[in-house]
Design a protein around this ligand. Structure first.
Ligand code: 6R9
Length: 653
């Protein structure tokens, strides 16, 4: 973030008080902060009572081998039972759990009773395919109900799932299947995206060829009906295996620390990190925050989170938190502009959505399309709006509040991470006044601070690094197979204090409210998705023409940041068709990682700016990418390089 944006942010003075009606009936009132501060562990033990435990826990937090914390460790539960069966047992089996809206217009309502049957059938089918507790299952599906069912079926039998976003390439899928040693892959023939059927199964076939001998079976949902290559003995149709299976399945209880899922996320090195979450603490944290931050009234609210289940937001706030709370929610398969730009607003109107959760990048896109689109729909059902994934700029916040929320709905800007599992810094809608651009204060039971390089909390009005100063139940437990990297990445910077280092810059305003300022490491945030500069650099360098590559995140009006790459060619530029090569390199990144990682622009350069010790100075490349006067170049080994680079305008593609 530039200094200019930073000062813009800090001169933002608008505040919006909680609506009186919401405040009067809010699920969580101001006293929760004091209660949690007085007894941190007691507070979370109380929240854990939202769940149904098979065997109650006797110990709350085990910090004996910190930072490998354990929560509720001697308690046992079944996560799927908590998300589905117990609602049926409580008599709300006829309530709709999922209003599914397919992109082509097909719709399906699934009640909790039906969801219980479907999850049970899938659990039996998985067992028949040889999956047992402790095994790993990779899920590579579009946003269809089977994605939710698959996750819950894994949870039900104690298998650990890893959901790989459908936009990722075969290469990325293969590395995840291999890294977590997935025994089964669940996929579909394809899904609908932007008005056409796009294939998924071929990527699974290609992935399995790259890592032979890992997955034993591929379970395939028929979604689009497109032709698929078939491998007898390996491939199994979902409708054959699941539809015919018994709907009777007794959920087994697992310990609270039983691994629930692994979510891969970009880190600062080329290799994605397998972030491991477990059961009891994770479900407690997501259920509580979903109840508190959305002020959820399960009997009357209709909730919609537009994230994909392939990301943590989909895990925590489509599947686990909301279903544990017995929500009725919308699940939408497609894109916001298919078949028309009012699709989302139409869905809100049709289902009378009351609670809506989306990302700033989507809001900025809608701003570009103009308010006349949402103005054409009746969205008076909405009562609360949420934002997640990246800092929301004040203008987008105000537009969201006014155009979508009719100036009556509070906006909750929720800061959290794949690693935190649950929302950490956010307003409570009935308590906290909202300031456009600020995530405000840590939630009850969460302890965060903004500190200097050497670990001193900064005074109000100053900036520093965001840290989490106490363990929380939904925290990641480790990085799969790499405890050292877990300790090194999150716990080494402030090891003396025992604080979790989030990797985000932040500022406290004069009232102590927290403003997030973006990543402080080499991780970019493109449309709310985390991408690692190093990962894209290594994808570029894997192309035979590329000798060296440097990637930076440049600010972008719509996507927050955009990928800008600089490459040095192996045999120089002579005789090269630059435009064709740039196109080829962009496609190469899409093949290696996925379309979301495609650079917005690639500059072919003769040299990269480096320090004398050989470190690429990305800060300077960012200046060029953002058309700024290049900053301090005194540490450069060769200062003439920057003049040459600046003279070369980014190649538009
Ligand atoms: C949930 C999710 C985490 C990173 C995080 C931060 C950024 C997320 C934010 C936000 C400012 C918010 N981030 N929410 N920044 N305000 N409300 O997005 O997880 O994909 O792991 O990304 O996203 O930089 O460190 P994940």
């Amino acid at each position: 973030m530039t200094d200019e944006t930073l000062s813009n942010l800090l001169t933002e003075t608008r505040t919006f008080e909680p609506p009186a009606e919401l405040a009067a009936h809010a699920n969580v009132k101001a006293d929760a902060y004091a209660a949690a501060a007085a007894d941190h562990e007691g507070f979370w033990a109380e929240q854990a009572q939202r769940l149904t435990w098979a065997e109650p826990f006797t110990q709350i937090l085990d910090d004996s081998s910190a930072p490998f914390y354990r929560w509720f460790a001697d308690g046992t539960l079944n996560v799927a039972y908590n998300c589905v069966d117990r609602h049926v047992a409580a008599g709300t089996g006829d309530q709709v759990a999922i209003h599914f809206v397919g992109e082509p217009g097909d719709r399906r309502d699934i009640t909790y009773a039906q969801l219980k049957d479907e999850v049970s059938r899938a659990a039996n089918a998985l067992t028949d395919l040889g999956v047992t507790a402790g095994d790993r299952v990779a899920i590579y599906l579009p946003m269809i109900p089977e994605a939710v069912v698959s996750m819950l079926a894994c949870a039900r039998i104690g298998a650990t799932h890893t959901v790989v976003f459908g936009g990722f390439s075969a290469e990325a899928l293969a590395s995840r299947i291999e890294d977590c040693n997935a025994k089964l892959v669940i996929t579909a023939d394809g899904g609908y995206r932007r008005g056409s059927a796009s294939a998924l199964k071929p990527a699974v076939d290609a992935a399995l060829e790259k890592v032979p001998g890992v997955a034993q079976h591929v379970l395939v949902v028929r979604r689009t009906g497109q032709e698929v290559a078939w491998h007898d003995g390996v491939d199994v149709w979902w409708h054959d295996a699941v539809d015919g299976a018994s709907a009777d399945h007794t959920p087994e209880a697992f310990t609270a620390e039983h691994p629930l899922f692994v979510m891969y996320s970009s880190g600062t090195t080329g290799k994605p990190k397998g972030i491991l979450h477990t059961s009891g603490g994770y479900l407690t944290g997501t259920a509580y925050t979903h109840h508190a931050v959305f002020d959820l009234k399960p009997e009357s609210d209709v909730y919609w989170c537009t994230a994909d289940v392939g990301w943590i937001t989909g895990h925590s706030y489509i599947v686990y938190g909301p279903l544990a709370n017995g929500v009725t929610q919308v699940l939408y398969e497609g894109t916001p502009d298919s078949p028309h730009k009012g699709r989302w607003w139409e869905i809100i109107q049709d289902y009378k959505v009351t609670l809506f959760y989306t990302a700033p990048t989507a809001i900025r896109t809608f701003m570009k399309w103009g308010r006349s689109v949402p103005d054409g729909y009746d969205m008076s059902s909405l009562r609360l709006l949420g934002s997640v994934g990246e800092p929301i700029n004040p203008e987008a916040y105000v537009w969201y509040r006014s155009v979508v929320g009719g100036d009556r709905c509070p906006v909750v800007d929720t800061w959290w991470q794949t690693e935190t599992g649950m929302m950490m810094i956010s307003p409570l809608p009935g308590v906290t006044a909202g300031k456009p651009g600020s995530a405000m204060t840590p939630l009850p039971g969460v302890d965060a601070d903004v500190v200097s390089e050497d670990g001193v909390p900064v005074p109000n009005g100053s900036g520093g690094y965001l840290v989490l100063t106490k363990p929380w139940p939904a925290m990641l437990r480790t990085l799969l197979g790499d405890d050292d990297r877990f300790v090194e990445t999150y716990w080494s910077k402030y090891a003396d204090q025992g604080w979790y280092f989030a990797g985000d810059g932040a500022k406290k305003d004069d009232d102590g409210a927290i403003w997030l300022l973006g990543r402080v490491d080499d991780v970019m945030n493109v449309s709310g998705h985390r991408l690692s500069t190093t990962e894209i650099e290594s994808a570029l360098v894997s192309h035979p023409r590329v000798a060296e590559a440097a990637v930076v995140g440049a600010s972008d009006e719509t996507t927050g940041q955009a990928v800008v790459a600089y490459v040095i060619l192996r045999e120089g530029i002579d005789g090269v068709d630059g435009d064709a090569l740039v196109q080829e390199l962009r496609n190469h990144v899409a093949t290696e990682i996925g379309a979301i990682a495609k650079p917005r622009s690639i500059m072919i350069v003769p040299e990269l700016p480096k320090t004398r010790s050989g470190k690429i100075m990305r800060r300077l490349l960012k200046d060029v990418a953002e058309n700024r006067t290049v900053g301090d170049t005194t540490t450069l080994a060769d200062r003439s390089i920057m003049a040459a680079l600046s003279a070369q305008a980014p190649r538009p593609v």
